[in-house]
Write a protein that binds this ligand. Structure first.
Ligand code: OXD
Ligand code: MN
Length: 601
């Protein structure tokens, strides 16, 4: 299919990349259902997609065992000055990186089709949205982009003849020789994978991987790594945050944006079902928030995505019924178990699977052990579902409002079995920025850092901030100055505190709305708080625990401030903040000094 676009920059770029990559043909994607179906058919015929008898219009894919997750070690921020990428990013000189990658791209699409995927991050035409165009040789990418973004002719129309777009170049890096049979999941070996960002040119080049954030370039690459420096330049915010609307029994609405590192229940919170009477929760987004100040001086957020790309293992009717409802049809599954009756299954799905085919394509049953006698997982721990956001039963009716929703509350958090209280409220904006910057989580399988038990993950942006982290913190401080009294209130939560005998103190899941309720009532000035060295915590009785089996003593433990524990944390926080070097904002140093004073150091 050819195109009607007259955007000369786009036409020239497609021609340049096609000449370099040498595909058999170029196909412009129109975003239609017919196109989606045709792509799926190509993959079913090739044996790459398995139709699921139990879920209408849904398919299972199995990736290459070497290509199962984002590759942070192979992800680069290529700025002219290394210093501008900062201490949290891998860096290569952009000229050198382009030379390396141009060599890799040379002829890399032989035997394949180059798909041109025009997409919009955010509702087409919203003043907060951005247009990208992904060139990819992967039909799996095309169908996932159809779900995760808005694709096609409507985007080209919005782009017009002279509109700006973010060029997103992608190849799986596996050219086909004449007559060569394609593999089920083509990709390149790890040492040839590059997920490269050129923030000074708003440009993305990805090579060698077909999986998730490495290949669906609208998500982590554009919406966070390219958008974050763009947002700083333009005075807005691109954050790794879910967005939800909470409505109280009086009908008053509160909009909450929350950032958590992986394995902290972000998607579950985004689709929360409140356990308390009269409160309603609706999902606007589960991963990314783009926020701009509106004419009234408040901060307005949109979800730039159109779908969910969620982790399967652990998702169940108990942990996240709304996600389970969202994936009943029209969904893509990657690296799950295929059950004997034509459905998918994963660990902690809360249903039984006695036998199936595992994510590697082998016969599987729950008692299977490897050569060392260890149980073999049926689904990969990073197995994913891709599903349209509109299929979520609690999607907010305004989730595609081009104006966005006004944010009242920011929440940061992490997984800590000790020390950090269930909830605390920042004294002020700067203190909240400090809370976000020092957010930390215990290492889990999803974010394994063998050297450290605690991984600092500033605003959950550690792998996603596309510029110097010290400048990023300064940008947060600047946004606070701009928003003034209209700035959202900032809170910090820890759903994962344990008692001395190792039991979870807080029930979590739907009960987390009780904590959100307290935040809303703080915004309204309806409830009080106790001032502690680490922020305001709820006054006994102000956090609604009616009907919950949490004793007063447990509540006290959940909110207890362990001053000695905080003292012992300070040297590590100091060392961590010092990695920002000369770009550590003075106001962050002040926050640390004030914390030290409050805990008597
Ligand atoms: C994600 C992540 O996939 O944060 O959303 O890793
Ligand atoms: Mn994420």
């Amino acid at each position: 299919m050819t195109t009607t676009t007259k955007n000369t920059k786009l036409l020239a770029w497609v021609e340049e990349m096609a000449n370099l990559c040498n595909p058999d043909k170029v196909q412009w994607c129109d975003g239609s259902k017919a196109e989606y179906d045709a792509m799926i058919k190509i993959m079913v015929d090739a044996g790459a997609a398995i139709p699921l008898g139990k879920r209408p219009n849904s398919y299972l894919f199995r990736s290459d065992p070497s290509d199962v997750a984002r590759v942070e070690d192979r992800t680069y921020i290529a700025t002219r000055n290394q210093e501008d990428a900062g201490p949290t990013n891998n860096w290569i000189d952009p000229v050198k990186l382009k030379t390396i990658m141009r060599d890799l791209y040379k002829g890399c699409m032989r035997g394949r089709t180059l798909y041109v995927i025009p997409f919009s991050m955010g509702p087409v035409g919203s003043p907060i949205s951005k247009i990208g165009v992904e060139l990819s040789d992967s039909p799996y990418v095309v169908v996932n982009m159809h779900i995760m973004t808005r694709v096609g002719d409507k985007v080209l129309k919005a782009l017009g003849e002279n509109g700006a777009f973010v060029p997103c170049m992608h190849s799986v890096g596996a050219p086909l020789e004449p007559g060569q049979k394609d593999s089920r999941w083509p990709c390149a070996p790890i040492e040839k994978k590059y997920i490269a960002h050129f923030p000074e040119e708003n440009l993305i080049w990805s090579f060698g991987s077909g999986y998730g954030g490495n290949a669906l370039l609208g998500k982590k690459c554009l919406a966070l790594r390219i958008a974050s420096p763009m947002a700083r330049r333009e005075g807005w915010m691109a954050e790794h945050m879910l967005i939800l609307r909470l409505t109280n029994p009086q009908g008053k609405r509160f909009h909450i944006a929350a950032a958590f590192p992986s394995a902290c229940g972000k998607t579950n919170l985004a689709m929360l079902q409140p356990s308390i009477a009269g409160w309603k929760c609706e999902c606007i987004g589960d991963d990314i928030a783009w926020m701009k100040t509106g004419a009234d001086g408040r901060l307005y957020a949109i979800n730039p995505e159109a779908g969910f790309f969620g982790v399967c293992p652990g998702t169940s009717y108990k942990s996240n019924p709304m996600a389970m409802e969202s994936i009943k049809a029209n969904a893509i599954f990657t690296n799950c178990v295929l059950t004997d009756d034509g459905d998918i299954w994963w660990e902690d799905m809360d249903v039984e699977c006695k036998h199936g085919i595992d994510w590697k394509g082998n016969e599987w049953s729950p008692d299977r052990k490897d050569a060392e006698g260890k149980p073999v997982k049926g689904a990969h721990p990073n197995a994913r579902f891709t599903a349209p956001a509109r299929q979520c039963p609690v999607i907010c009716p305004d989730w595609e409002d081009p104006a966005g929703v006004p944010i009242d509350i920011f929440v940061f958090g992490g997984r800590r079995s000790k020390l950090v209280p269930l909830v605390s409220e920042a004294y002020n904006w700067d203190h909240g920025v400090y809370m976000g910057a020092t957010a930390a989580s215990e290492a889990t399988a999803a974010a394994l850092d063998a050297k450290k038990a605690i991984r600092r993950d500033p605003m959950a942006m550690l792998p996603f901030c596309g510029y110097h982290i010290g400048d990023y913190w300064q940008h947060w401080l600047n946004m606070g100055d701009k928003l003034g009294a209209k700035a959202p209130k900032i809170f910090y939560t820890n759903w994962f505190r344990k008692s001395g005998d190792g039991k979870w103190l807080w029930p979590g899941f739907g009960e987390n709305c009780r904590v959100l309720k307290w935040m809303c009532e703080r915004v309204e000035g309806k409830v009080g708080a106790v001032e502690t060295p680490v922020g305001y915590v709820p006054k006994p009785g102000d956090l609604d625990v009616s009907g919950l089996k949490v004793s007063e003593a447990e509540m006290a433990e959940l909110l207890h401030i362990d001053v000695e524990g905080w003292k012992s944390e300070v040297p590590e926080i100091e060392e961590y903040l010092s990695t920002a070097g000369a770009r550590l904002p003075l106001r962050m140093k002040t926050q640390l000094a004030e914390l030290k004073k409050r805990i008597g150091l």
